[in-house]
Design a protein. Structure first.
Length: 409
């Protein structure tokens, strides 16, 4: 851990609010942070400072720096299909045909090989890629022309600020599409990242970039991350602006968000009882780290959650804890996207099951109900189930939210 955080100095404005989440899931707040070369963290507060070892920290978040996605959002290839790294910025003309050039990012202007990309889409668009794309496929372009959706596929040669060029398998020729027509690009799967070695961190910036790798250092100017990607045999290093950092998650295994696990859908209802495996054409029954009706972070009573699980109507999700964790923590309520009407108000109840036994149940929640803070002992629990349920089966407005749902060892 000491070499990971060789130098870490944060100089934040007095108005900044820093929250430290320790390995037990507890939180402490402060203004400024200093981490010494020996790995000791000093957190400055309005009163006396406090100190703790970096090995005791699971996450650092900066509450004055909310995440707002804009421009084009690029998912990078890595081995974690659920938590792929994200880059966001303005597309510009690249120097070479096999690269992507992004401007106005939290790491300045960056250019990287096109085979690093898993997908590209407009960060503000409502467009969603297929939930389970086939493993073997060509590059796919999803297009919007007026009120009509279209698709092309083949090999993407070039992505510039104005157009995308593709060797089309459908038209048997090179085709060019204007960028405003392109809703998204889903690239053929490639192994574009190495297996992470040693202790890793995930750094999230206030404009939605997410980068995983080794934290080389962080000064008051730059947060330097050595990513799991390589360019011409050398590690690809990104220098993020320190002032843009919204969170640093230390992936030491002591704290795990449930949205980073792979839940099993046990049961769900819609207008009637639906199959456990819903048809591919239907909307997903739950969403990880996003609201149900929009491509936006979870939100309950105005509070945003960077991590969490959103659900529709009645959903039961099972997580395999394997007896490894001691505590479950979450803030639970109805998502702010569920707005009441003159004739109907959404209402939901929530519950937690541990190895088949109900260990917590909420009262009925409405759109004005404050989120429940839930902390449960799950020591030795093998299977944890989160249950979201509408009070009225005809209620089509209710969207549940499990904000920052996590387990700690």
């Amino acid at each position: 851990m000491k070499t990971l955080f060789a130098t870490l100095l944060l100089s934040l404005a007095a108005s900044a609010q820093v929250t430290i989440v320790d390995n037990d899931g507890g939180t402490r707040k402060g203004r400024d942070i200093l981490v010494s070369a020996a790995g000791e963290v000093t957190v400055l507060t309005d009163g006396a400072p406090f100190r703790m070892a970096i090995s005791e920290i699971a996450e650092i978040t900066y509450e004055s720096r909310s995440v707002e996605r804009s421009g084009w959002e690029i998912q990078l290839n890595n081995r974690s299909s659920r938590n792929r790294d994200l880059l966001s910025g303005k597309l510009a003309d690249p120097a070479g045909a096999d690269t992507i050039h992004l401007q106005d990012t939290d790491a300045g202007d960056i250019e990287f090989p096109i085979n690093f990309a898993y997908s590209i889409r407009d960060a503000k668009a409502q467009f969603q890629f297929p939930e389970n794309p086939p493993e073997s496929r060509p590059d796919q372009l999803f297009l919007r022309k007026g009120d009509r959706r279209d698709k092309d596929q083949g090999v993407v040669n070039r992505i510039g600020k104005d157009e995308v060029e593709i060797e089309s398998d459908l038209f048997k020729e090179v085709r060019k599409y204007k960028l405003p027509e392109v809703e998204g690009i889903l690239f053929s799967p490639l192994s574009g990242a190495a297996e992470p070695q040693g202790i890793q961190v995930t750094v999230m910036t206030k404009r939605g970039m997410r980068v995983t790798g080794s934290l080389v250092e962080m000064t008051d100017k730059a947060c330097t991350v050595q990513t799991t990607h390589a360019v011409k045999g050398k590690p690809w290093v990104l220098n993020l602006h320190s002032g843009s950092v919204a969170s640093i998650q230390v992936m030491n295994g002591n704290l795990v968000y449930l949205s980073d696990m792979k839940p099993s859908l046990l049961d769900t209802w819609h207008e009637a009882i639906a199959p456990v495996d819903p048809p591919k054409w239907s909307d997903p029954w739950f969403y990880l780290d996003r609201q149900v009706g929009s491509n936006a972070p979870l939100q309950v009573r105005g509070k945003r959650y960077r991590k969490g699980i959103a659900t529709r109507k009645h959903v039961e999700l099972e997580f395999d804890l394997g007896g490894q964790y001691s505590k479950f923590i979450s803030q639970v309520g109805i998502g702010d996207e569920a707005q009441p009407t003159s004739t109907c108000a959404p209402a939901m109840v929530f519950a937690v099951m541990a190895d088949g036994k109900e260990v917590w149940k909420s009262k009925a929640h409405g759109p004005d109900t404050v989120a429940d803070m839930v902390t449960l002992n799950v020591k030795g629990v093998q299977k944890l189930v989160l249950v979201s349920d509408v009070v009225d089966l005809n209620d089509s407005l209710a969207f549940g939210a499990w904000g920052d749902a996590r387990v700690v060892k």
